[in-house]
Design a binder for this molecule. Sequence first.
Ligand SMILES: Cc1cc2nc3c(=O)[nH]c(=O)nc-3n(C[C@H](O)[C@H](O)[C@H](O)COP(=O)(O)OP(=O)(O)OC[C@H]3O[C@@H](n4cnc5c(N)ncnc54)[C@H](O)[C@@H]3O)c2cc1C
Length: 394
Amino acid sequence: MKKVLILGGGFAGIETAIYLKKLHYSVTLVSDRDYFYIYPTSIWIPTGESTFEDVCIDLQELKEAHGFKLIVEEVASINAKENRVTLSNEQVLSDYDYLVVAMGASKMKHKGIENTLSICGTPTMSLKIKEKLDALMEKGSGKICFGFGGNPKDSSAVRGGPAFELLFNVHNLLKKKGIRNNFELTFFAPMAQPGKRMGEKALKMMDTFFNKLDIKQHFGKKITSFEKNGIVFEDETLLESDFTMFIPAGAGHKVIFESDLPKNEAGFIRIDDYCNVVFEDETMPTNIYAVGDVAALEGASWKAKQGHIAEVMARNTAHNIAQKDTNGRDFKGYQEHLNILCVMDSGDGASFIYRDNQKAFMIPMPLFGHWLKKGWGTYCRYSKLGKIPRIPGM
Ligand SMILES: Cc1cc2nc3c(=O)[nH]c(=O)nc-3n(C[C@H](O)[C@H](O)[C@H](O)COP(=O)(O)OP(=O)(O)OC[C@H]3O[C@@H](n4cnc5c(N)ncnc54)[C@H](O)[C@@H]3O)c2cc1C
């Protein structure tokens, strides 16, 4: 039985492990956390609609459900040339036929970032956001700013959706408590048209939402620094804020930056359409794959790193490894599956957003959209644990 070592226990790593086990490989998964975190449903932790535990799946349970081996430890370094992975406890892993790197992304560094919190940061940050919001609600009034930034070296690493979602959820929570009028809510971003990759229709609809909900917009000015009392822009103006939730764009993982893996300018691993890592030097190994946010996506200009794309890449990788081992030629590529797909929650409803090369649309889904997303969270947990059947492609 051939051995596969997977680094990372997120959407990409777990899906690869599940599918490789179905194909009868011996799989070892390394994760620095002992839980799989369902990022898309973490938006409800700060508003108290979900608990932290609701959004976590114990990796031990996933291991038992699918029969892979699990090491909970941090990966310290990867030496591709020597096919060697070193963990923080100095354990060296080199006895594998294939390596699948699925460690996600790091974040862009901004001056004063410690004065902000991100819903896309380390999972426990969601609890700190809750603490900040609770304290402001206790006080009864305040100014809250929500925003996201870009990475000029890789536009696919931008993540704006959860900032919109959290903002709308906070608006609804304040409204429910009858204190919305005491709060100034602002959405800010350095780009002139944040969310443009979702398509023109979505952009117009967001503008309508902002105006209807009395949410101020602050777009098109570069951010200089984050301060305790707000955000400073390139023209030296200050946007006052009692609490700033800011999602920095993704950047290459530190371990990848320091490794001999080929990467793009932003630090994401260069792969081909089949997720196989592409080295310019032909003497380098051909048994390494990269899936999910850690990889440099190629294709459409509007492409974005998303969980469902990570899972397509993972399933393809499992399939492509098996093809290679059986001398097959039916390799599967991820680029034809690139699209933007999300159910953007607002607390009292949602909008279905879709974009591919042919079409881009946004459909409002009042009330039931919120419950649809909640239902997806439950589906994600139980289907990953093998307790309910998988819907093909999900
Ligand atoms: C708030 C939020 C909402 C989102 N909503 C959606 C949505 O609605 N739809 C959608 O498609 N996508 C959504 N996304 C994007 C989606 O969650 C990501 O694209 C997805 O998580 C990428 O999966 P991944 O496995 O590549 O990376 P990650 O999920 O980041 O997983 C990386 C894994 O590697 C582990 N790891 C990292 N470093 C090390 C190390 N040194 N050693 C060992 N292990 C390590 C981590 O612990 C983690 O288990 C959302 C993201 C966020 C943050």
